[in-house]
Design a protein around this ligand. Structure first.
Ligand code: UD1
Length: 339
């Protein structure tokens, strides 16, 4: 056993896949999740894949008193991977204070508790949204942070600042901030994946629900962008690839492989795909047609962004490996399982 890792939001989409990879690598995982956007059945799915049931505490990281009991119950937590957060961009515009409370107070509580319980490092789940529309593509970690377009995006920026300032002020722990591009797909076993919460806002869950007939038609938000086919471009990264990067990051901190106390990494494939290309890849990979129509642009959408993942490739020794076809097939198999 390599040590105990606290995974907040471990029943969620990226958190559950990361738990599997941590267990496969020999870590003992303690999941803290308030189940606000996840289901306890996902814990069963994790156990089916790895044969190990992670410890699970249904706790809201916003509640410091209750969160403290977790640190008391599990001494020797070596590191934290912090996923627990609200993540719907549109909802954050309508409920900004809810987003600020959930996403900011949770991290504050963890950062305050870490030195008290001698936790060595925290991996933070950030987003390429901090770059806004970058002037130069592909975007690397030195690109300027731009004003956030939503309260959700703002919480990611402020969270990054919390960590930066705490470390600047002499905090004892290390941190790695991972800026994800667009995570998609599911575990190849189809035991875990993204659980839809109402009408999906993200492209791939909406697409798979359309393909299976839950939704009539997928709307493509805009075909008049300055891109080859006019639809927006993103860097879609396989969720299992993404999960594996967290294992490398936690190991790097706990084994002191770097002298830096704070590091930032882009996690993407380095390839941009348009919305229309992604629909086409899905149809090719699965043989299933996706009814779709072009509609107007979605407010707040960025035209094009894809990663320069070189730092992660060279410094972490991590590279996204899965093909887009396999990734989209995994999303489809998960949808078939959910029905
Ligand atoms: C957004 C956030 C990102 C966040 C992620 C997780 C921004 C700029 N991006 O990513 O930070 O981590 O959500 O929730 O805030 N699309 C359609 N039809 C649909 C849905 C989407 O055409 O029904 C298009 C969008 O216009 C976009 C692409 O598909 O071009 C991807 O959209 P989506 O999956 O929502 O992710 P982002 O907006 O890129």
């Amino acid at each position: 056993m390599k040590g105990r890792i606290l995974v907040t939001g471990g029943a969620g989409y990226i958190g559950s896949h990361t738990t599997v990879e941590l267990q496969n690598a020999g870590y003992e995982v303690i999941i803290v999740d308030n189940l606000s956007n996840s289901k306890v059945e996902i814990i069963d799915g994790i156990e089916k894949i790895t044969g190990i049931r992670p410890a699970f505490e249904q706790v809201d990281c916003v509640n410091k008193a209750v969160l403290t009991t977790v640190f008391k119950k599990y001494p020797d937590i070596k590191g934290i991977i912090h996923f627990a957060a609200s993540k719907a961009v549109g909802e954050s515009v309508h409920k900004p204070l809810l987003y600020y409370r959930n996403n900011l107070v949770s991290l504050l509580n963890l950062l305050e508790l870490m030195p008290e319980y001698d936790v060595k490092g925290i991996v933070f789940s950030s987003s390429c949204t901090v770059y806004g529309q970058p002037e130069r593509l592909p975007v690397d970690e030195t690109a300027p942070i731009q004003p956030a377009l939503s309260p959700y995006g703002n919480t990611k920026q402020i969270n990054e600042e919390f960590i930066r300032d705490a470390i600047h002020a002499g905090a004892s722990y290390k941190s790695i901030i991972l800026r994800y591009f667009n995570p998609i797909g599911a575990h190849p076993s189809a035991e875990i994946g993204e659980l839809p919460n109402g009408v999906p806002q993200n492209l791939v869950p909406f697409l798979t629900q359309t393909a299976i007939g839950i939704r009539k038609e997928l709307s493509v938000f805009g075909n008049d962008y300055n891109t080859p086919d006019g639809s927006c471009i993103r860097d879609y990264i396989n969720v299992v690839d993404l999960a594996k990067a967290h294992v490398v990051a936690i190991e790097r901190m706990l084994e002191n492989r770097s002298d830096e106390q704070l590091e930032y990494f882009n996690l993407g494939t380095g390839k941009g795909l348009s919305v229309l290309q992604l629909i086409n890849s899905f149809e090719q990979a699965t043989g299933v047609k996706v009814p779709h129509k072009i509609v107007g642009r979605r407010e707040g959408d960025i035209e094009k962004i894809w990663a320069n993942p070189r730092r992660a490739n060279e410094v972490l020794g991590w590279t996204a490996k899965e093909t887009i076809e396999d990734t989209l097939r995994s999303a489809w198999n998960w949808q078939l399982k959910l029905k």
